[in-house]
Ligand binder design. Structure first.
Ligand code: BGC
Length: 415
């Protein structure tokens, strides 16, 4: 007990002698194999501190379902103590006055010094810490089954042209080239990687951060939409509605050649006991190797009516930047640590590449916030983009020009 108290103090946790054990209800959408392994690390650490973890998992990749449930809980005056919310959504909850101030924990643990500014900024509302970051995901990845590529006699593509050549060859060999889940957020995840490949990082920001009307209706946007539409020629009939981890399973089992997904997909390969390089390949989405679309997961703390829950919240917040949590959580999750000073020797080649690219793009340009994962814009603009992207992807008659015009209008209306 004494050791634990000391450890808690060293880590800046607030569980000092005489502190109360509390309950902490944690809302999240980490329900796939890899995700569940990752969040259980935090649960164990919080329970080791003597607090009670109440798990509130709302299934649904990308978090749309969880956000809906969170809103109704908040409206009824009963939000969970902690919730997996991120990006600009944190600002929206902060504006509504729901979030607890974490500055004491942040000061005690030196968050300002430990976190890259790009990460810290997302965690603050009006200059105060209100959320704690757990990881950085890279979204612009492609996951491939090398045996499937080999049997079709094609190389892993590194450009968009090579992608379509490979997809044709795989299709001709009787393989499903792309494992896709037809859900709005997954469509948007693929779409934003294609925008990055076609237009580059500056164009990506013009469209998804600035919402520049000229860029939105430019030839580059139309070209991006056309390239995106081509994906639909290479997916199987079971795609509509499919969960992302089921699509990853298709690549794992060799039923499809590749998937375009953030590195939470790696958590599934890891949970299946597979090794990158030999059993599966992680490669940047074709044409985006010098860019990094970031998606930072975080837990925001909601103000609680009782002191013991507040205590448990602060204890949890004090744990997440520790070496132990950052390493174990991120090894399971597929992401990289939020702290760039971490020893990466326990991490695999995909994570080492992600960390290198995260640092180099932060220094030289190419680090862009994910639209599909709530980092670049408000939830209403994101929703407007999702709607057009999904409608266009599934439509038999909508042209890329029409989609570009519709998206530009929908964004303007949602701003
Ligand atoms: C989250 C990831 C999660 C993924 C699939 C993303 O928006 O940031 O943590 O694994 O959705 O659910």
């Amino acid at each position: 007990m004494f050791k634990k108290t000391l450890m808690a103090m060293a880590m800046g946790g607030t569980l000092a002698a005489g502190a109360q054990a509390g309950e902490i209800e944690v809302m999240h959408w980490w329900t796939s194999g890899g995700e569940a392994r990752a969040i259980s690390v935090l649960k164990e650490m919080v329970e080791d501190e003597g607090h009670t973890w109440i798990d509130f998992a709302v299934a649904g990749g990308g978090g749309e379902n969880a956000y809906t449930v969170l809103r109704s809980r908040a409206v009824s005056g009963n939000p969970p103590a902690a919730a997996q919310i991120k990006g600009l959504e944190i600002q929206e909850w902060g504006d509504l006055g729901f979030l607890a101030n974490l500055d004491d924990v942040a000061d005690a643990n030196n968050w300002d010094a430990q976190l890259p500014t790009v990460v810290a900024d997302f965690m603050k509302h009006d200059g105060e810490y209100v959320a704690t970051p757990v990881n950085v995901h890279r979204v612009n990845w492609m996951w491939a089954n090398p045996a499937v590529f080999e049997s079709a006699g094609v190389e892993i593509p590194t450009t968009m042209d090579e992608l379509w050549e490979a997809a044709d060859a795989l299709k001709a060999a009787g393989v499903t080239p792309i494992a896709h889940g037809g859900q709005a957020w997954q469509d948007a995840t693929t779409f934003e990687s294609i925008v990055l490949a076609v237009g580059g990082a500056d164009f990506f920001e013009d469209v998804f951060v600035e919402h520049d009307q000229d860029a939105l209706q430019s030839d580059t946007m139309i070209e991006s939409l056309e390239q995106f539409k081509r994906v639909s020629n290479y997916i199987d009939q079971g795609a509509p509605g499919r969960d992302w981890n089921v699509a990853t399973g298709m690549v794992i089992r060799g039923e499809a050649a590749m998937q375009f997904m953030g590195d939470w997909a790696k958590g599934e390969f890891t949970a299946a006991g597979l090794e990158p390089g030999s059993d599966y390949i992680c490669a940047p989405f074709p044409g985006t190797e010098d860019a990094f679309t970031f998606n930072i997961d975080s837990l925001a703390m909601f103000k609680q009516p009782n002191a013991s829950s507040t205590e448990a919240q602060m204890a949890m917040a004090g744990l997440v930047l520790s070496d132990e949590f950052q390493q174990t959580f991120n090894l399971n999750k597929g992401s990289i640590p939020v702290r760039t000073d971490m020893d990466m020797s326990a991490f695999d080649s995909c994570a080492v590449e992600a960390m290198d690219t995260f640092k180099s793009t932060a220094a030289n340009g190419g680090l862009v916030p994910s639209m599909a994962h709530g980092m670049s814009t408000t939830s209403s603009v994101q929703g407007a983009i999702y709607d057009t992207v999904t409608e266009f992807f599934n439509s038999r008659s909508m042209t890329a020009e029409q989609a570009a015009t519709q998206m530009a209008r929908a964004i303007r209306a949602a701003q």
